[in-house]
Each structure stands twice: as C-alpha cells, then as structure tokens.
Design a protein around this ligand. Structure first.
Ligand SMILES: Cc1cc2nc3c(=O)[nH]c(=O)nc-3n(C[C@H](O)[C@H](O)[C@H](O)COP(=O)(O)O)c2cc1C
Length: 190
C-alpha cells in the first residue's frame, strides 16, 4: 500500500480540547501505515470569509484571489488523499472557524479547480449535551454530509462524542479508539 497524504483541520479555539484530542488519535491511526499527516489550527490562521466574487469559477491561473492563510492550505489540500475536519459543536452546528474553512473550499469545488472531488473525508465532532439531537451535532453532521456530497468527496467515517472540559473526551476510551480506527480506515485503499 502506498503512503498517503492527509490534511487535518482543527476548528476549535482550544488547541488541546476534545476535538483536537480525537484528531490526534486519528493522526496516529493515519500514520501507522507510514502515511503523512499535516494539521492546521484554524483559529490562529488568517482565514477570511468567502466574498462571493466567483472568480474561482472563472480564473484558471489563480482560483481564489483572497490573500490569506487559505493560500497555505489550498496546495496541501490539492496534494492530499484524505481530509479530516475536526471541531466542536457551537450553538447547534459547526464552529465559525470550521465554517469559514468549509466556505472557502468552494474554490476547490468548481469547474476550474475541483480538487476536493474524490477525497476521502473523516469528520470529528465534540459537544456537551450527550444527546446528539439536542446538542446540535446532528445539524453539524448533516452539514458535513451535504457539503462533501456536493464537492464529490466521500465521507469514510464520522466520530463524535460528548465532553465539556478540554481533554475530558480522553476518558471515553471507546470514542478515542473509534478516532484511531477512523485514521487507519481513511488511508486503507490502493
Ligand atoms: C460558544 C460555545 C457554544 C457551544 N454550543 C454548544 C451546543 O450548541 N451544543 C453542545 O452540546 N455543546 C456546545 N458547546 C460545548 C462544546 O461543544 C464542548 O465543550 C466541546 O467538547 C468543545 O470541544 P473542543 O474542546 O474541541 O473545543 C459550546 C461551547 C461554546 C464555548
């Protein structure tokens, strides 16, 4: 099996929070097979909202003209086989950091650059309320499902669990193990 390339985007402001803890397990799972993994902590990156100029639908030379840190992530995404998107539920859906990243992936989903097409996706979500309907995790999962369906990518697995304080999720061995297994599965293809 050839080594794969994976990009992990962290959508929580807590660098050592619950979604980041699960993402680390997924990274471990990815790396067991000798695949590479690069993580981006979105909260400390300069990522502006999409301004709907639509040049990414027309401009072959320079698909997204916004001069910010997405220009660091775009080439990594183009080269990657796998994308892991990890973050908390905030007010019943994905965090703002996660949503900014997803909106800017519009530039990789059009006729000029359709780099997200065919990518293997893993999603990680953490939230307080143990009921995924009450917490809003279901909304976030639905968002991932519709977004990655639209861009022609395939969700290989979703790992989600309830925890409040940073790192609390580590006590939940079952979900930690599921995150690790997700990593292995994401890179398990020819
Ligand atoms: C601004 C804010 C909004 C939140 N909204 C929700 C919510 O709607 N539903 C929920 O179950 N938990 C909510 N939480 C709790 C977090 O999702 C929870 O603490 C999660 O484990 C954080 O993950 P992290 O450590 O990766 O940031 C919220 C927390 C904050 C700070």
């Amino acid at each position: 099996m050839r080594p794969k390339k994976a990009v992990i985007v962290l959508g929580s402001p807590r660098k050592n929070g619950n979604s980041a803890s699960l993402a680390r397990e997924t990274a471990e799972g990815i790396m067991t097979s000798g695949s590479e993994c690069e993580s981006f902590f979105l909260h400390k990156m300069d990522i502006k909202p999409c301004d709907a100029c639509d040049l990414c639908r027309k401009n072959i030379e320079d698909p997204c003209i916004i001069d910010d840190d997405m220009q660091i992530i775009y080439p990594k995404l183009r080269q990657a086989d796998v994308l892991v998107i990890a973050g908390p539920v905030y007010f019943a859906t994905v965090s703002a950091q996660t949503k900014l990243f997803m909106d800017r992936c519009y530039a990789l989903s059009g006729p000029v650059d359709s780099a997200l097409k065919g990518k293997r996706i893993g999603t990680i979500l953490t939230y307080e309320d143990p009921d995924p309907f009450v917490s809003g995790a279901v909304n976030a999962l639905r968002t991932f499902q519709d977004v990655y369906n639209y861009v022609g990518a395939t969700i290989i697995g979703n790992v989600y669990g309830s925890a409040l304080e940073p790192g609390e999720i580590k006590k939940n061995r079952d979900v930690m193990n599921r995150a690790f297994e997700l990593g292995k599965k994401l890179v398990d293809f020819e």
